[in-house]
Design a protein around this ligand. Structure first.
Ligand code: NAP
Length: 300
């Protein structure tokens, strides 16, 4: 049996924390790095090494996995004298699981190729509960053989790996899937507001959806409590879906196609972010829709 790779995991936010924890539980030797060091403490308590910099982490690892917010965060951990790239000497593997733009991902794949690093473009479908239970779906881009070779690492975090093609195909697929999630969420919020405006309890919407096998989608169940209880504790922060919607629209514009409903969802999310709801769950778009449900707005 081949020797398991030493893993370096960068980014212990909502998703990364749970994913890194599942790698530890699966028996991998995991070194962690997070900008806010406090988030590494529970890993240190489990016996994991905590790296002081992304470079130190990459020096101690065969495979570096990154799960950070966006391209700015990615630059911060990858570039510069203390960045991951500075430590690569060839033969390593980099697995990016953050949702970035296809253009950024393609440029990263090129940098890795030049540095002799095997690059996997592996964003994920599934939110906090799926990350915690190791039930994510990984949308994989890169060389198929490299994806297969890293199967045990990916399996520790997921229930399935969908191979999309060479990088940035994983990211391209992720944007298509998130387009649906963004629209489903805004649809739920609008339906709840319309129900309320007509004097109906929005809970009736969820009761109807659950009773109809054609509409009984697990995602609706995930957002039910957010919408009915007006509790917007983040599973998927709104600011991240807004970033993704902007990537979708940029991809569409570059290819001269229109995504009018996604554009409307982006406008609604922009309003919510401008109202100070960026760190709340994506379902917080509800707060901007109308007063009947929005009357008791929590503080931003
Ligand atoms: P999150 O909770 O906001 O965590 C973001 C992570 O990025 C934290 O570790 C944060 O470090 C780090 N970070 C941010 N800016 C940084 C910088 N300038 N330098 C270094 N590190 C930085 O985000 P998340 O929900 O886990 O999402 C992570 C990625 O997965 C995003 O691309 C998101 O779109 C995608 N995603 C999220 C979900 C979901 O449901 N949440 C689902 C699928 C995909 P600190 O701890 O120091 O802030």
């Amino acid at each position: 049996m081949s020797v398991p790779p030493r893993i370096g995991f960068v980014g212990l936010g909502i998703m990364g924390r749970a994913m890194a924890m599942n790698l530890v539980k699966a028996g991998f030797q995991v070194t962690v790095y997070n900008r806010t060091r406090q988030r590494t403490m529970e890993f240190a308590d489990l016996g994991c090494d905590v790296a002081a910099t992304p470079r130190a982490l990459a020096k101690a690892a065969d495979t570096v996995i990154i799960m950070v917010s966006d391209t700015t965060a990615m630059d911060a951990v990858m570039e510069g004298p203390e960045g991951v790239l500075s430590a690569f000497s060839g033969g390593n593997t980099l697995i990016n699981m953050s949702t970035l733009s296809p253009a950024y991902t393609a440029a990263l794949a090129k940098k890795c190729y030049t540095a002799g690093v095997s690059f996997l473009d592996c964003p994920v479908s599934g939110s906090k509960p799926a990350a915690e239970s190791g039930q994510l779906v990984i949308l994989a881009g890169g060389e198929k053989t490299a994806v297969e070779k890293n199967g045990p690492v990916l399996k520790a975090m997921s229930r399935a790996v969908v191979y999309a093609g060479p990088a940035p195909a994983g990211t391209a697929l992720k944007l298509c899937v998130n387009l649906i999630v963004a629209q489903l969420t805004t649809a739920l919020a609008e339906a709840a507001v319309l129900a309320s405006a007509q004097g109906l309890d929005p809970a009736l919407i969820f009761e109807t959806l659950a009773a109809n096998p054609a509409l009984n989608c697990g995602y609706f169940g995930l957002k039910k409590e957010n919408i009915l209880k007006m509790d917007f504790s983040p599973a998927f922060p709104l600011k991240h879906m807004l970033k993704d919607a902007r990537f979708m629209l940029a991809e569409a514009a570059a290819r001269k196609i229109e995504l009018p409903v996604t554009a409307a969802a982006e406008a609604l999310m922009s309003r919510a972010a401008a109202s100070g709801y960026g760190d709340k769950d994506l379902s917080a778009v509800l707060l901007n829709l109308s007063e009947p449900l929005g009357r008791n707005r929590p503080a931003a």
